[in-house]
Design a protein around this ligand. Structure first.
Ligand SMILES: [Zn+2]
Length: 252
């Protein structure tokens, strides 16, 4: 049995038994960890408000080799997003993004880059709630990229020609892009220069820079996000619940 201490983000928390809670953590040193917090439902729990979603905490837990659930010993709150999370849109967006993390990342597999990216996204969204749509796209795109799931959108997947600004491309069934010469029939999901500019900017900029430049282009952000959601759904083998606008891209 090992006693482990690490910084962590609380992704979600739900009731287990009469007095206990299960908490899903994204730890800095050990990746996704599911933990039991004994007595957390009691009024005077020793965990206090450290189990609120999106809190940054220093957590100490016991890990047994044969049991997947670890057991929380101590939680120290380092940073809370209580105020930001009182906005339902913030709560909805980050609950969905937390689900993506829990679904896409293998348990007990640390990923420092994604950990820092998530914290930067939380800070940007807290500072300016109007950038939530941009933050969602930023998060989805990087999560795919860092899992090796992001297709290369700089060139046509068939003739390999690099796209020029004026090109309108079509998304294939496996989410690559085809130029207008190579496509056999329009897919109804055109990807234009602004979608591609957003895609490139995410990979180049910090979340606050990105939200500052592209945050107002809601229609392109939502259209791009819908393609990214489909890639994610295919990767995890089911539709990710938690956001309402899955089908707007098809319905255009
Ligand atoms: Zn082509």
């Amino acid at each position: 049995m090992a006693l482990i201490e690490t910084e962590s983000l609380v992704l979600k928390c739900y009731s287990l038994a009469e007095a206990d809670k299960i908490v899903v953590l994204f730890t800095q040193d050990h990746g996704i960890v599911r933990a039991v917090a004994k007595g957390a439902k009691r009024l005077k729990s020793k965990f206090g408000s450290g189990l609120e979603p999106f809190s940054v905490v220093r957590i100490t837990y016991f890990e047994k080799e044969v049991v997947e659930l670890v057991s929380v010993q101590k939680i120290e709150l380092l940073r809370s997003y209580f105020a930001a999370a009182s906005d339902p849109e913030f709560l909805n967006k980050f609950s969905y993004l937390a689900d993506l993390l829990a679904a896409l990342l293998p348990p007990h597999d640390p990923n420092e880059t994604i950990y820092r990216m998530v914290k930067a996204c939380l800070n940007t969204a807290e500072a300016d709630g109007s950038g939530l749509t941009a933050i969602g796209v930023y998060f989805e795109l990087w999560l795919l990229r860092l899992n090796g799931l992001l297709p290369d959108w700089s060139r046509c997947s068939d003739c390999r020609r690099e796209f020029r600004e004026s090109d309108v491309a079509d998304v294939t069934a496996n989410f690559h892009l085809l130029c207008s010469n190579c496509r056999r029939a329009a897919s109804g999901r055109p990807i234009d220069e602004r979608h591609r500019a957003i895609y490139a900017a995410v990979l180049r900029l910090s979340p606050d820079q990105f939200a500052g430049i592209h945050g107002n282009d809601r229609s392109h952000l939502i259209e791009l996000s819908n393609v990214l959601k489909r890639i994610i759904s295919q990767a995890i083998g089911r539709e990710i619940a938690g956001e309402r606008s899955f089908s707007t891209f098809n319905a255009r």
